[in-house]
Design a protein around this ligand. Structure first.
Ligand code: HEM
Length: 527
């Protein structure tokens, strides 16, 4: 299998976009804009809520007083949801109903799917970043993209293609990098490494192009930063009490909105370069997802949006899942031992066999259970939102007014005793096994990959990446946290869960190899 390498270095220049003329003009018409936006808001009642809702929860949200007791917003929401008799809460100032009740989740994602689309509010929040890509649209455009992507992803040939992509990345990049790190007694940020790994994998898998991020440290860093920045700032828009605030900032091109526009510009340059380079190759002779889309879409902006959505889908989620999985494994050596023993039984003891075959992976039930268990506690997408079109009543009796944002909260759901028992906070892969065989759960109780009509299309690919990396790394290396006293992970705001300080680890092994430097090593300890 050959991939066309492409150099992103030349694409990473940010353009300054300050315009004083625009600023003056903006100030002059700001009143007009405000009035226009106000009239277009959902009948202005979010604004009324801001001024009149002084319930304890809204006050804690607005003053951020929740942060005195909780490290992360998701932990506070989990606490509120745990204590709610219906497992549903309301953040009135956000016009947001949040639920951790599986019956409600099924109702929203399946039974009344048409009454709970992503909606225009959500599309506007993510519009600058994701445009008309699959993550951000409803109706015809969603149907079209979903049909093409699911047709492509359900082909049997795609399975071996995905396996080849992951195998190459592990054997030729990930393992050599960790081996070098161990040799040099260096410290690695595994989160950064996994982002590069998953970026390479999704680009090869979806677009047939190889950005070689795991080999080069510099070229991708601007892009990665822009992607993280766009995700963070878009998520912050969603947390703001009124869209008026970010819309005015965007109009004036100031502060966080200016940063967002700059980040989006960088991302778009890369996505357009993907299209350009793909056109240079004979795309009709290839099997990847982008070629399929390019054969029926001529609009480059639409293609660019499709690419960005797939990058977000495949890079950040997988990297997040891998990062928290390894964070948990460093704290649970007993789980690591069981994974390794199981693998020895299926693959044999030969450590030089870097990767399990596709068939062998299917036999690793404990490993599968450990991956699911890890995402139960640390789902890459902690909260996912829909928009209520017409007044509705959820199965738990909660009335939902039209225009309300309705979110389900996989992070909180994984921490509910009612769903997972008294040991719900423990990392215990065994809960997924019956007589040693992995048994999946009801997807509405475990909506980590969403469920119902818009269930994730990349679940198989994601699990393949997770299990292959875990087995290859754990059989060869001992991974140790640099700061082992971290009890609860701290997350940065973003669309997917990202550890705010990365995952700094030391890699150990007995092997001896030639001493070399690698650009991804953070520093070398002198002995
Ligand atoms: C552990 C990794 C992953 C997790 C936890 C995950 C989770 C999710 C979730 C929660 C959604 C619903 C998002 C929403 O509608 O708001 C979703 C949708 C989607 N995912 Fe994944 N995903 C993962 C990996 C992947 C990968 C590797 C791909 C690509 C190969 C992918 C492709 C997609 C696509 C295309 C959608 C949109 C489906 C639609 O709207 O109809 N995902 N995923």
């Amino acid at each position: 299998m050959e991939f066309q390498p492409f150099n992103v270095c030349s694409l990473m220049q940010l353009f300054s976009s300050v315009s004083f003329g625009t600023l003056c003009l903006s100030l002059a018409i700001i009143t007009l804009l405000s009035l226009t936006l106000l009239s277009s808001l959902s009948f202005a009642w979010p604004i009324i809520n801001i001024f009149f809702c002084n319930c304890e929860t809204c006050e804690a949200y607005l003053t951020s007083s929740w942060s005195k007791n909780f490290h992360n917003l998701c932990d506070w929401y989990a606490h509120l949801l745990r204590n709610s008799p219906t497992k549903t809460i309301h953040i009135h100032v956000l016009q947001n109903t949040i639920t951790a009740n599986p019956d409600n989740v099924e109702y929203v994602l399946k039974t009344r799917f048409n009454n709970f689309p992503k909606g225009k509010t959500f599309s506007a929040i993510l519009g600058d970043f994701l445009g008309g890509g699959i993550f951000n649209v409803d109706g015809e455009s969603w149907c079209f993209q979903r049909k093409i992507a699911s047709l492509e992803l359900s082909k049997t040939s795609i399975r071996s293609f995905a396996f080849e992509v992951v195998r190459f990345e592990i054997q030729h990049r990930l393992i050599p990098l960790l081996a070098l790190s161990k040799q040099n007694d260096g410290v690695l940020d595994l989160q950064d490494v996994f982002k590069r790994f998953s970026f390479d994998s999704i680009c090869k898998f979806s677009f047939g192009l190889d950005p070689m991020c795991l080999e080069q440290s510099l070229p991708i860093s601007d892009f990665a930063r822009s992607f993280d920045m766009a995700s963070k700032l878009s998520a912050e828009r969603a947390m703001s009490v009124s869209p008026l605030i970010w819309k005015i900032k965007r109009f004036l091109n100031v502060g966080s909105e200016k940063k967002l526009q700059e980040a989006v510009k960088t991302i778009n340059i890369l996505a357009k370069e993907v299209i350009r380079q793909r056109r240079k190759m004979e795309f009709w002779s290839h099997e990847d997802l982008l070629s399929r889309f390019m054969s029926c879409v001529n609009d480059d902006t639409y293609l660019k949006d499709i690419i960005v959505s797939f990058l977000l889908a495949g890079r950040d989620t997988v990297a997040s899942a891998l990062t928290t999985f390894f964070w948990l494994l460093t704290k649970h050596p007993e789980v690591v031992s069981k994974i390794v023993v199981e693998a020895e039984g299926v693959i044999g003891r030969e450590k030089s066999k870097d990767i399990a075959s596709f068939e062998e992976l299917q036999e690793l039930h404990y490993l599968e259970a450990a991956a699911y268990e890890s995402m139960r506690l640390y789902p890459p997408i902690q909260l996912d939102s829909k928009f209520c079109l017409e007044d509705d009543v959820l199965p738990d009796g909660t009335f939902v007014k039209r225009g309300t944002r309705v979110s389900y909260h996989p992070y909180a759901m994984g921490r509910l005793e009612e769903l997972w028992g008294r040991d719900c906070l423990e990392f215990r892969p065994e809960r997924w096994l019956k007589n040693g065989v992995f048994c999946p759960e009801n997807p509405f109780k475990y909506p980590v990959f969403q469920a119902g009509m818009r269930v994730c299309l990349g679940k198989e690919m994601a699990l393949l990446e997770l299990k292959s990396v875990a087995i290859s790394v754990l059989r060869r290396f001992h991974i140790e946290l640099v700061a082992p006293d971290h009890r609860t992970p701290r997350f940065s705001p973003g669309l997917t869960a990202t550890l705010s300080s990365g995952l700094r680890v030391k890699v150990r092994d007995q092997g001896t190899q030639q001493q070399q430097q690698h650009p991804l090593l953070l520093h070398k300890r002198s002995i």
